[in-house]
Design a protein around this ligand. Structure first.
Ligand SMILES: [Fe+2]
Length: 279
């Protein structure tokens, strides 16, 4: 990889399909072995990483899309390179509502980690910050929307396709309790995207469940957490017994985006399904 500015990186790639993996909502606790709803989030993350190793042996880019720690502890972020680095040294992080930006920055062991624009082959990956400090819900705000527009203008001028990543969901997903937390300025977000036909995907975390939809040429994707899952179509908080998982994305040379989700079936995980919340 080479660094073209503090916020923008060009990732070395021979051309052709770019193989991406998303790991999201790892919720690592301050101490190794800490739990979320009874689930050891270090153990579940390692189980998912083992699955990625078996299924996706060569990846070009790993995206950590927020809630990387459960309580913002520096020690949680300091363990991330040991986990993500098992798959590739080319891994990038963006913050979720559970994260503490200052500690993420302290633990970032490479300027690439908090990069906002990644150019790889004929794609650009834009990393946005939808965190509102102290709030569970998300909002991009004027500066993130301006950063998005700037990145997409640059991509368009260079003939690149784009994948846009953020933590919170920009569309309602059908869970009332989660949909109260969606990106507050989603209409403005989609108004920017609509001006750039090279945008092929929007990818997020936060909802701890798989969502796959289309909006014209744009694929809208949410993904399982590497720990506890949330049940689809729930009015109030409800955990789901589905196992932890990850999403893979192949960014093809012709602008096609192929994607899928895989889960760590066959591994035993503890989870408190009777819990009525986790905040
Ligand atoms: Fe989360």
């Amino acid at each position: 990889m080479s660094q073209s500015s503090p916020r923008s990186h060009v990732i070395d790639h021979p051309g052709g399909t770019v193989r991406v993996v998303q790991l999201t909502d790892t919720h690592l606790c301050k101490s190794r072995g800490g739990t979320l709803l009874g689930m050891d989030t270090d153990h579940s993350l390692q189980a998912v990483i083992n699955l990625v190793k078996a299924e996706r042996p060569a990846i070009d880019l790993l995206l950590g899309t927020g809630d990387l720690s459960d309580q913002g502890a520096l020690e949680a972020y300091q363990r991330l390179p040991g986990y993500f680095g098992q798959l590739t040294q080319t891994h990038c992080w963006l913050p979720g509502n559970h994260d503490l930006r200052a500690n993420m920055a302290l633990a970032a062991d490479d300027p690439l980690r908090l990069s906002r624009e990644l150019r790889v082959a004929n794609w650009q990956v834009v990393m946005l910050d939808s965190q509102v400090p102290g709030e569970v819900g998300g909002e991009l705000g004027a500066s993130e929307l301006a950063q998005l527009e700037h990145a997409l203008l640059a991509a368009e001028s260079e003939g690149l396709y784009s994948l846009v990543c953020l933590h919170h969901q920009p569309v309602k997903i059908g869970c009332d309790w989660l949909d109260q937390q969606m990106v507050a300025d989603a209409a403005e977000f989609f108004a920017v995207l609509a001006r750039f036909p090279g945008v092929r995907g929007v990818l997020w975390g936060h909802v701890h469940q798989q969502v796959d939809r289309h909006l014209g040429e744009i694929q809208l994707m949410a993904s399982p957490s590497t720990c506890v899952q949330f049940a689809p179509d729930s009015v109030d908080f409800r955990a789901d017994p589905l196992p932890p998982g990850y999403r893979w994305l192949d960014l093809c040379e012709d602008g096609t985006l192929r994607t899928g989700v895989s889960r760590a079936h066959g591994v035993k995980f503890n989870v408190d399904l009777d819990s009525d919340g986790y905040q």
